[in-house]
Design a protein around this ligand. Structure first.
Ligand code: CCH
Length: 290
């Protein structure tokens, strides 16, 4: 990996696209796990406590690195390490979020707004000092609509944004050795589309009979597909379902809403000062704020 000039983020995007193809890994692409990395790096933000979010790249240290919700994300982090090593001016937190949006675009999805300026924690102690224990803030796939609204509400997302973001499950798969669940949501899991919503609306889903956690299954075009209980909650809840129907019928609307919501997700908790860099404000100092 060669170095690109400091501040040349288009050059970094090109390097991300260059390492996305990973023969022998999952469906041959690191794209889906990059998207999950950007989401989990950001999705532990709390509007009320003002902790969490993508700034800091806290997933390199405990408790986030050992949070069972993040199992498997070390693959994404390791795929990206050569880019960070070749470009020491680039923070992990900027790289993780940039890799997520670059992957979405490269897999046929919308262009998502992205700004640099995130700062990394330098040590585990610094991460703990700034964040406290913010594990267990990510959603649990075994639960229902109330849980989804609680988790995403804590980040400041509306029903419309929640459903749009959930459309990312058009990408990638569940791995038994990571989450306990198994299988992909759509027939082509490395193509960003509104297929997830179209499939959710079909009357094909049956509980899977197996020893693993409760999940749904169906076979479409000869391919075994799956849904989590939280996925099915989007059609079981009448207010969520309105948006599932809209996005199933109108891919452009889905792409537009997804781009806005994902752009908002990766900015949560990133407060830049006039130098353009985000500050790592200590948790204690934050708590002193009105
Ligand atoms: Fe997700 N997701 N996700 N998800 N997710 C999993 C995999 C991916 C939930 C649970 C799981 C979002 C919302 C939710 C991706 C993006 C997003 C897995 C399997 C579980 C379980 C992990 C494994 O075994 O590898 C739950 C619950 C929710 C909400 O209630 C949101 C929001 C996004 C992004 C916007 C992507 C991409 C994957 C595939 C990762 C891969 O490695 O292929």
């Amino acid at each position: 990996m060669s170095a690109v000039k400091e501040g040349n983020f288009d050059g970094i995007r090109e390097q991300v696209r260059g390492i996305m193809k990973q023969p022998g890994y999952d469906d041959g692409s690191a794209g889906p796990v990059f998207v999950r990395l950007a989401w989990h790096a950001s999705g532990n933000f709390s509007l009320v406590e003002h902790t969490g979010g993508s700034n800091g790249a806290g997933m390199r240290f405990p408790p986030e690195s050992v949070d069972p919700a993040n199992a498997g994300l070390h693959h994404a982090i390791s795929f990206l390490l050569p880019i960070q090593a070749a470009n020491p001016w680039l923070t992990h937190s900027d790289l993780w979020t940039l890799a997520g949006i670059t992957a979405i675009e490269a897999m046929g999805g919308p262009k998502i707004p992205w700004e640099p300026g995130r700062t990394d924690y330098s040590t585990a102690e610094a991460a703990a000092d700034h964040r406290g224990d913010i594990s267990s803030r990510l959603p649990d796939g075994a639960l229902g609509a109330d849980h989804i609204r609680e988790v995403f509400g804590r980040m400041g997302f509306s029903d419309r944004e929640i459903v749009a973001l959930s459309g990312a499950h058009a990408l990638g798969r569940c791995h038994e050795d990571r989450s306990g669940y198994e299988g992909q949501w759509v027939v082509n899991p490395i193509r960003f589309s509104n297929q997830y919503f179209k499939l959710l609306l079909r009357d094909i889903w049956k509980p899977r009979e197996w020893d693993g956690p409760f999940q749904y299954e169906a076979t479409v075009a000869g391919t075994k597909l799956m849904m989590l209980p939280t996925d099915m909650a989007l059609v079981q809840d009448s207010e969520f379902k309105v948006w599932v129907e809209k996005y199933a019928a109108d891919q452009d609307l889905f792409f537009k809403d997804f781009a806005m919501a994902f752009g908002k997700l990766i900015e949560l908790g990133v407060e830049r000062d006039d130098t353009g860099f985000a500050q790592l404000v200590k948790k204690s100092a934050r708590e002193g704020k009105p």
